[in-house]
Design a protein around this ligand. Structure first.
Ligand code: ADP
Ligand code: MG
Length: 790
């Protein structure tokens, strides 16, 4: 029976000089025989084996396997043929150094898709057959030459091939171990075709069934050539059945194999991954910072900036009209004709008065209605709208001992004016409790928000402080620096006195209650006693200045006081009088208006504060306010001011600039580390050339090789990504500590988990790209050349 038939096989190498290694070889081989090929060095023996084994291609002629011509073989057919039918044994063993004996034997089966457990079991069995059962987990360099060659034989046998090709298997062994190896090959040849190249004529004579002598690429003699009759029979029998099952390494197998590879080179893998992670860390930290900063900015905009309201005040203001007039105010806009930031050699003289105008806001009933509709027109745009009233609250306090007047008017000059109502320690609470509680915590046991006109809260600063002047106003005179929160919560120590009780009429004049009357008024049945239900302190991280330390009362109380004051005798009398009803002095119009407001006779608000939710809704609110002015004459327009605008536009630009710069740096470091990974993969391809040759000799396709390397770079990319993200999360801790020490903002660096996942994926993609060219190079390597490399 004929297994292989070579028909006039020719092979010429052309690297510089032309060498004809095989000059038309015609030979046949039986299904089981041990054939020795003898001949001097360079006569073409290895070339012949490589061509028979499908590692190298013949130039002309034909190689017939089981009666099937290989002329039309595709690469995949050759790969499958090598994997299924051929077992190679080399003089230099060609074991993969970083894998164990067992893994070296398993590798051929990995390619043919044998399950893990079967692979292990068969590899163990093959190693037992060659007497190496004891050495499964050793590395090749821990074995003797004979043992290594037996590992190679076990690897050649494990896929149960029909043909074993051995290229000087005993060439590197002493005579004793050579005999061991030959005994094994002899045994193997009982059921297979074994073709062995050797220099050792004695061993060949002793063990071979047949000896073929080679000289200068030609057969010189053949001790047992095949007769024609045998040929006919064989080709008839097997020509049709012949088809090799294709090898295929699944992606999972490739990944598992790569993973094992990487594990054996842990140190280098970690260093590579670390190099790759540097870029990822850069990007991650930039993302973390800009994410944290923009979150911070947003919360600042909603917390702090919304505590800077859009204000509509009353009174006269001077407005610069060079830019667009606020609120659609027109006036003598002289800006036309000027260009911004002129580049010319020019300087202008202009009349600034023509560019500004005086304007008085007059809050009308109509405007109040318009503002009242704001919350229905623009739902979710405003947190709160509050109205300032000029009405005086007659407030008595009895913090200790006897009742005192809680002075509610601030001094007309000095600190009081500059700090608004700060020095009065008295303010109205926004109607919306949710809004208040989004920025303030209730501290102290048993505290709650006030529920009606007769309940108030105290507000303290972030150190739980209130100025000592406040305690004096409450009538607490003892010289203590600290109190208990619970000394105040639930206490009723304030009372609002109606105008009619507070002022007594004497003919045409009214007099305010004297300090000696306070106790009696405080104990009387009329008026509204105020209970402190809780204490508010601004939340940590919320730098809100919405409320200032002191007392905050409900809008219900305001409504009550306004209603009472409006009906009061002093208010009605003042309305009809040109004189100050308390002093008897004449009043001009303006002073009278003020007096009426103070006494509650005029209930028009003296100011409106609109607290938008976020920056965007602030713009909508402004648009809404502008609309009111559209069809009004200049005098009837109402203009607003927006303090927060300037602050947020500065910080926004700053954030953008910082992010761009940081992203630039991060992109560069990402690029550098990608290139590094590319280089490291490239080096590893060069280093592992031999391994690539070995894999190809056991049937790995080009695709498998590139898969293997791609899987490795993917794993490295994944590791790099995980290290990068992990280190970034760790680095956030010191960075945040530094930022919080420097700027007092905590938790700025804050990597979004979604960004982290994208970064890991990105790292894998980048390393895959970086390793793509080297892995293609690896796949393209000529297996014969690869095997020769050291
Ligand atoms: P042997 O195994 O009998 O010592 P080889 O088959 O290795 O001989 O080589 C036969 C001839 O072909 C030699 O002259 C060798 O230099 C040449 N040769 C073998 N492989 C190559 C190659 N890849 N490129 C160029 N020449 C080669
Ligand atoms: Mg050789």
């Amino acid at each position: 029976m004929q297994k292989l038939k070579l028909e006039k096989i020719k092979k010429t190498y052309n690297s510089g000089e032309v060498v004809t290694a095989l000059k038309g070889i015609s030979l046949g081989f039986r299904e089981n025989e041990l054939v020795s090929i003898l001949g001097p060095s360079g006569c073409g023996k290895t070339t012949l084996l490589n061509i028979i084994g499908g590692l190298d291609r013949y130039d002309s002629g034909d190689l017939v396997i089981n009666g099937l011509s290989t002329k039309e073989f595709k690469n995949s057919d050759w790969d499958a043929y090598r994997n299924r039918s051929i077992g190679f044994v080399f003089q230099s063993y060609n074991l993969i150094g970083h894998q164990t004996v067992l893994q070296n034997v398993e590798i051929a089966m990995t390619l043919s898709g044998v399950s893990t457990s079967e692979r292990k079991q068969r590899a163990k069995q093959a190693l037992t057959e060659v007497g190496l059962a004891e050495h499964l987990n050793k590395k090749p360099n821990q074995l003797s030459g004979g043992q290594m060659q037996r590992v190679a034989i076990a690897r050649a046998l494990v896929n149960d091939p029909d043909i074993i090709l051995a290229d000087e298997p005993t060439g590197a062994l002493d005579s004793h171990t050579s005999i061991q190896v030959m005994d094994i090959l002899k045994e193997v040849a009982k059921t297979r075709l074994v073709i062995m190249v050797t220099h050792n004529g004695e061993l060949a004579e002793e063990y071979s069934d047949r000896i073929i002598r080679f000289l200068d690429g030609e057969v010189q003699s053949d001790s047992n050539p095949i007769a024609e009759a045998e040929t006919e029979k064989a080709s008839q029998q097997t020509a049709k059945e012949q088809k090799f099952k294709k090898t295929s390494m699944s992606l999972i197998t490739a990944t598992a194999l790569s993973f094992k590879n990487l594990l054996t080179k842990r140190g280098r893998t970690l260093i590579t991954a670390f190099a790759g992670s540097i870029g990822i860390i850069g990007v991650a930290l930039v993302l973390a910072l800009s994410n944290g900063l923009s979150t911070y900015m947003n919360s600042m905009q909603s917390d702090t900036l919304s505590s800077f309201p859009i204000t509509i005040g009353t009174g006269e203001q001077i407005i610069d009209l060079t830019e667009r007039g606020p609120g659609g105010l027109e006036g003598n806009n002289d800006a036309a004709g000027y260009t911004e930031y002129p580049k010319d050699n020019v300087m202008y003289s202009y009349d600034s008065e023509k560019n500004s105008t005086k304007h008085s806001n007059i809050i009308t009933e109509d405007y109040l209605n318009y503002i009242g509709k704001l919350e229905t027109e623009l739902p979710n745009a405003v947190n709160n709208i509050s109205y300032r009233h000029g009405v005086n609250i007659n407030l008595l306090a009895k913090g200790q001992g006897t009742a005192v007047k809680f002075e509610t008017t601030s001094a007309p000059s000095g600190m009081g004016m500059m700090m608004g109502n700060n020095s009065t320690y008295l303010q109205e609470l926004p109607e919306n409790n949710d809004f208040v509680l989004s920025q303030y915590d209730l501290i102290g046991e048993g505290g709650r928000m006030p529920a009606g006109k007769n309940e108030v809260v105290l507000v303290v600063d972030k150190y739980n402080r209130i100025d000592k002047a406040f305690f004096e106003k409450l009538g607490i005179t003892e010289d203590t620096e600290n109190y208990k929160l619970t000394d105040f919560i639930g206490k009723t120590i304030l009372k609002v006195i109606p105008n009619d009780d507070y002022y007594t009429r004497n003919g045409d004049l009214f007099t305010a209650a004297a300090p000696t009357d306070y106790e009696k008024l405080y104990d009387s049945d009329t008026g509204t006693k105020l209970t402190i239900t809780g204490i508010l302190r601004s939340k940590e991280d919320v730098s809100s200045s919405y409320l200032s330390p002191g007392i905050a009362y409900t809008t219900a109380l305001t409504a009550d006081v306004v209603e009472d004051a409006q009906k009061s005798e002093i208010a009605t009398v003042q309305k009809d009088s040109d004189k100050d009803v308390m002093l008897g002095t004449p009043l001009d119009n303006k002073a009278k208006d003020n007096a009426l407001i103070m006494l509650g006779a005029d209930t028009t608000p003296t100011g409106i504060n609109i607290y938008p939710k976020v920056y965007d809704s602030k713009d909508k609110v402004k648009e809404y306010l502008d609309q009111y002015n559209d069809d009004k004459s200049d005098d009837n327009k109402l203009i607003y001011s927006d303090m927060a605008e300037m602050i947020s536009s500065i910080t926004g630009t700053l954030l953008d600039t910082v992010t761009y710069v940081l992203t630039g740096f991060a992109a560069i470091s990402l690029l550098v580390s990608t290139i590094m990974i590319g280089i490291i993969t490239y080096v590893s391809v060069i280093e592992r050339t031999k391994e690539i040759g070995i894999l190809r000799s056991v049937g790995a396709r080009k695709k498998d090789i590139s898969r293997l390397f791609n899987a490795e770079t993917l794993i490295i990319g994944f590791t790099a990504g995980m290290i990068g993200v992990g280190l970034s999360y760790l680095l956030e801790i010191p960075i945040n500590t530094i930022i919080s020490n420097l700027a007092g903002i905590s938790g700025v660096a804050n990597l979004n988990p979604l960004h982290a996942a994208v970064l890991v994926a990105g790292s894998m993609i980048l390393t895959l790209i970086a390793g793509f060219i080297p892995s293609r190079m690896a796949a393209k390597k000529d297996p014969v050349v690869a095997l020769r490399s050291e």
